[in-house]
Write a protein that binds this ligand. Structure first.
Ligand code: HXC
Ligand code: NAP
Length: 289
């Protein structure tokens, strides 16, 4: 569907691009001609990602950075500029999350997730935005949120609060920075199992199946599906899409929202009974037929 050069020579910075969805997006972008710059905290993960991408014949560069520190972000972007000379697209993908009853959370646990997801996203956005505005360069920012950014979700409250904040940043800056030619888009993924989600979100046996049952399409998302969407949204084909969030979840959140979605569990005989019952004539208020 894409021409192989749709992202040719674009330099794309992916935070948390060494693992999971970020890593998949890097490979997709590179396969479409982009140069990918990856940041994350673990150098061994970053080195492996660059080695693997280079072995595939792609152009990749990585540098360590904790997105919770604006100074580390600035230094990392400087190194990327030294290497590639520019950055055209920022993908705010880095995140931290775990399931826990909220009353068990320490202040440090709350800060940890909010600092990575909300503050890290905003720090990186402001760093790149300032540079683009100063140099008159256009740019695209893609934020990875989640469907519970709108609805909230029990047991992941810091993540839900942070992603709701990222959603607000996306929509706010889509307006404020459009005059500089900076476009904002976001993706709200449903479940795309990764090492991190298996470890932090559904570590117990049976939890994965519980999650799959929630998806009307009856399966999890494939990495290709989300990385193709990301490639489209950052490409020039989407140049008039600004401030939009695309949900990619097989219909999961709508199923949760619909009042009667639980009726999915009914069998044909139940539907026959319901039909008969709802068609029964009832006496009118005078008691006469
Ligand atoms: C309660 C917990 C906890 C848990 C950690 N903490 N795990 N509290 N229940 N399960 C507490 C710790 O005790 C500590 O508080 C505080 O959180 C910080 O923990 P650290 O390990 O010191 O923090 P840090 O090394 O900074 O790691 C951050 C992290 C970690 C978020 C805790 O999980 C991480 O690095 N995650 C990155 C990868 C990740 O989470 N990816 C998943 C993204 S998936 P105290 O008070 O004890 O010091 C995603 C999907 C959304 O976002 C939608 C799904 C459908
Ligand atoms: P992942 O593999 O854990 O990816 C998160 C990445 O962020 C890691 O590479 C991690 O690397 C990096 N990171 C974490 N904290 C960081 C920090 N402080 N500074 C710099 N980098 C940091 O998880 P994933 O499942 O692929 O998730 C990717 C994105 O999709 C996240 O935004 C997540 O919220 C979103 N999402 C995922 C799902 C899903 O089902 N997978 C669903 C909805 C939304 P280091 O630990 O080395 O720093």
């Amino acid at each position: 569907m894409f021409s192989p050069n749709v992202l040719r020579d674009k330099v794309i910075l992916v935070t948390g691009g060494g693992t999971g969805i970020g890593r998949e997006m890097c490979e997709k972008f590179a396969s479409l001609g982009a140069k990918v710059a990856i940041v994350g905290r673990r150098t061994e993960i970053l080195d492996k990602a660059v080695a693997d991408l280079t072995n595939l014949g792609y152009d990749a560069f990585a540098t360590r950075c904790d997105v919770r520190s604006p100074d580390e972000i600035a230094a990392a972007v400087d190194r990327i500029m030294d290497h590639y000379g520019r950055v055209d697209v920022l993908v705010n993908n880095a995140a931290g999350n775990f399931v826990s009853p909220t009353e068990r959370l320490s202040a440090h646990a709350v800060d940890s997730v909010l600092n990575i997801v909300l503050h890290g996203t905003l720090y990186a956005t402001i760093d790149l935005g300032r540079r683009w505005i100063a140099s008159g360069q256009k740019g695209v920012i893609l934020n990875i949120v989640t469907t519970y950014a709108w609805t909230g979700s029990a047991f992941v409250v810091p993540s839900a609060a942070a992603k709701a904040g990222v959603l607000a940043v996306t929509k706010s800056l889509a307006v404020e920075w459009a005059r500089y030619g900076i476009r904002h888009v976001a993706i709200a993924p449903g479940p795309f199992p990764t090492e991190a989600t298996k470890k932090n979100l559904y570590p117990l046996e049976g939890m994965v199946d519980m999650l799959k049952d929630r998806v009307p399409l009856g399966r999890f998302g494939n990495m290709d599906e989300i990385s193709n969407l990301a490639a489209f949204l950052i490409s020039d084909y989407a140049s008039f899409i600004n401030g939009e969030v695309v949900t990619i979840d097989g219909g999961e959140w709508l199923k949760g929202a619909g009042q009667f979605s639980g009726l999915m569990a009914l069998k044909q005989e139940h539907w026959d009974m319901i039909r008969e019952m709802s068609r029964k004539k009832t006496p009118n208020s005078t008691g006469k037929d």
